[in-house]
Design a protein around this ligand. Structure first.
Ligand SMILES: [Zn+2]
Length: 422
């Protein structure tokens, strides 16, 4: 691997809101050797290759904190209906598109047909472009849970296990498959005919067994927890990342605050917003979705996120992209929701996507900021997302994505040209 100095950068290191107008980043063997003002560049860089950023914005790579690379941009009720060979090709494409959109890390919240692990291995081996992927497998849920048929699906899409020992066995099978993540459903979904939000679909005994077994095997646990009850159950039993957390009460907020150094919350609001806005295209008109409770869910999430921010609980970007109403590659739309819907500043939203997402994605602390000693994962943006966060959604503005010190160019074209050391 080589060495490269990116100079003349509008540099966002991602530790705080600071921007360094005349910034430089020195990357050596995939690691950041220096980042800061060009005037502080250490000696020894005289013969190192230079990249003139021409004043472009240089920021840490983002983390998509709730990814489904097996989703194939289809109707939410017809997801993952393709045969395995086609699904794998789609997933390879989706990984490339996610990286090309500026996301250098991703946490899987479930992959149909077990696509994630071979995908992760191929990415790590440098065979295909994609983000650092914390890989999961099929969703784990109880009989009659949201995993068990709300959106259709046979056993290639889900693992149904009831009782602590069946759950432990299922999780042991996921360890054998070399997963990083176990995704479990603790409550349901407003579209479900049998498992709505607020009805717990696992007992405490079952969740305790799931988390203990996953942690013994070195896997982390992420949950679908919409209600305060499902959030409290997740926190009580020590899960790692809570998905959704739309409805919170005082007790849930207090419990999250007490564990805010260990736990993360990923609201994944794109699903509700786009379902309300574009559901009519899917035969799920707004009136009917409001009656189901989706507008209330958005309103409650806005107040939940405000309370989480007040309690300094880390809130992560991403979630449920890969439907026809939320196609892969539009993931940066989430930062716009963080600004417009949740009332964050652009820099706060960017820190959620970079620093905090990185801390969730990589527990060794090597991801999420451009501090010295971390992996050289960065994005070069033509424009300033702190002035307009929507710039990140424009793929023509993402002029370079570096992961592990390797610059990936033209990723949004088919057959991308990957140019190590360029
Ligand atoms: Zn999801």
């Amino acid at each position: 691997m080589g060495s490269l100095i990116i100079e003349n950068a509008n540099l966002f290191i991602g530790v705080d809101e600071e921007v360094i107008a005349d910034g430089a980043v020195w990357v050596s063997d995939g690691i950041i050797k220096f980042s800061g003002a060009v005037s502080d560049l250490p000696a020894g860089g005289e013969n190192v290759e230079r990249y003139d950023a021409l004043g472009k914005f240089v920021m840490p790579g983002m983390t998509e904190s709730h990814v489904h690379l097996s989703y194939n941009n289809s109707h939410p009720q017809q997801l993952n209906s393709e045969p395995l060979p086609v699904a794998m090709l789609d997933a390879v494409d989706n990984a490339r598109i996610l990286l090309g959109s500026g996301f250098t890390s991703a946490i899987s919240f479930g992959s149909a047909q077990g696509l994630d692990v071979p995908l992760r291995d191929a990415i790590n081996a440098g065979r295909i472009p994609g983000p650092r992927l914390a890989a999961s497998d099929r969703d784990l849920g109880s009989t009659g849970s949201n995993a068990d048929g709300t959106f259709g699906g046979d056993s290639s899409k889900k693992i149904i296990a009831d009782g602590p020992w069946a759950i432990r066995k299922a999780i042991r099978s996921l360890a054998k498959r070399r997963c990083d993540i176990v995704k479990i459903f603790l409550d349901g979904e407003a579209l479900s005919e049998f498992a709505p939000p607020g009805v717990l679909t696992y007992s405490d005994e079952e969740v305790a067994a799931a988390v203990e077994e996953a942690h013994i095997r070195g896997m982390r646990v992420v949950t679908h927890s919409r209600s305060a009850a499902a959030v409290k159950q997740a926190v009580q039993h020590g899960v790692d990342v809570i998905g959704h957390a739309n409805y919170l009460d005082d007790e849930a907020v207090d419990m999250l605050e007490a564990k805010r150094d260990q736990i993360f919350v990923c609201p994944a609001i794109a699903w509700e917003i786009t379902l309300l806005d574009r559901g009519s295209e899917l035969g799920l008109p707004r009136d009917a979705m409001e009656q189901r409770g989706y507008q209330k869910e958005v309103d409650e999430t806005i107040s939940a996120v405000k309370r989480l921010r007040d309690s300094k609980v880390r809130v992560l970007v991403g979630g449920d992209y890969g439907l026809n109403i939320t196609p892969h590659g539009t993931n940066s739309k989430d930062l716009e929701y963080f600004v417009d819907l949740f009332g964050m500043s652009t820099s706060e939203a960017l820190l959620c996507a970079t620093r905090d997402g990185g801390a969730a994605a990589d527990t060794s602390g090597m991801v999420g900021t451009l501090e010295e000693g971390k992996y050289a994962d960065l994005v070069i943006v033509d424009g300033n997302p702190l002035e307009d966060i929507r710039i990140l959604q424009d793929h023509s503005r993402i002029v370079g994505v570096m992961k592990d010190g390797v610059m990936h160019c033209a990723l949004m074209q088919k057959n991308p040209y990957i140019a190590p050391d360029e």
